[in-house]
Design a protein around this ligand. Structure first.
Ligand SMILES: N[C@@H](CCC(=O)N[C@@H](CS)C(=O)NCC(=O)O)C(=O)O
Length: 268
């Protein structure tokens, strides 16, 4: 294969991810409009990104003033690479310095705004550690299984990924104290999984998943979560998410996430 052809081929493969719908829609668009004034926190996000959705929910939960800036991370603009050398959303600039990685951002917001409630982590060190154990479980087990399920093509791979997903979500459910994971306190444990729960219609419509198959308590928890104001305020219209997921469902997405899942590597 000639070098010129390879370049053309690579460009063609990368176009769809770069041509996503450019801005948030629905309730999320209203929230974006309300957050255009410069603030100590500049929030760089992609409306479609489940990872960005995590820290966006945290910002909304805590009522932290922020300026929202929509970024298409697939175009790898020079200015954005200076903020996050990995070229991934979400990222923030805080008083002239930059941070990235959704979990780091969630914890940073909790630490940097101690007077903003609700607190998204328990204050007791043991309970805080316990919360982090489950955040780790979500990141290493639940989310990778879901992503594998969405991208799996062959029936046996889809069956195995569905089994892993149901198993991970059942384990999570068995430990929900209710109404939220840690009990009365809505926390980062709920937030880190939320973006995948509210989009589970993708797995339901295409991969044989159902909330009932996980269990009745899971269904109740998921329904409670999708009605939470911070979650509603950060959601775009379903049709635009569906469009994005088409490439994942065909396993054609060229995002770093899709490539990692395809290669059996951890989420970047
Ligand atoms: N580990 C990162 C993952 C972020 C991530 O993968 N973001 C995607 C959008 S959902 C992205 O920016 N992709 C750009 C690319 O793959 O080039 C986090 O938790 O923040």
């Amino acid at each position: 294969m000639s070098r010129a052809y390879l370049c053309t081929f690579r460009t063609a493969m990368s176009i769809p991810d770069a041509q996503i719908h450019p801005v948030a829609t629905g309730r999320a668009a209203e929230t974006v409009t309300q957050h255009q004034e410069p603030q100590a926190v500049t929030y760089y996000a992609g409306w479609f990104c489940p990872f960005a959705n995590r820290s966006w929910i945290a910002l909304e939960e805590k009522g932290i003033p922020y300026q929202y800036k929509e970024i298409n991370p697939y175009t790898k603009d020079k200015h954005f690479l200076e903020i996050n050398p990995k070229g991934l959303v979400p990222a923030i600039e805080y008083k002239g310095r930059a941070l990235y990685e959704s979990l780091v951002l969630c914890e940073f917001l909790e630490d940097a705004y101690p007077n903003h409630t609700p607190h998204l982590l328990p204050t007791d060190p043991f309970e805080r550690g316990y919360a982090r154990l489950w955040i780790d479980f979500v990141c290493k087990s639940a989310v990778p299984s879901i992503q594998r399920l969405v991208q799996a093509q062959e029936p046996d791979k889809q069956r195995a990924a569905l089994e892993d997903t149901l198993k991970a979500l059942r384990t999570f459910t068995e430990n929900i104290k209710g109404p939220w994971f840690l009990g009365e306190q809505f926390s980062l444990v709920d937030i880190v999984l939320a973006p995948w729960i509210i989009r589970d219609y993708i797995m339901e419509n295409h991969r044989g998943y159902s909330r009932e198959a996980v269990g009745a308590s899971w269904k109740e928890y998921a329904e409670r979560l999708e009605k939470r104001e911070s979650v509603l305020k950060t959601q775009s219209d379903e049709e635009h998410y569906v469009q994005i997921y088409q490439r994942y469902l065909r396993d054609e997405a060229q995002s770093e996430l899709a490539k990692a899942i395809r290669a059996g590597r951890p989420i970047p």
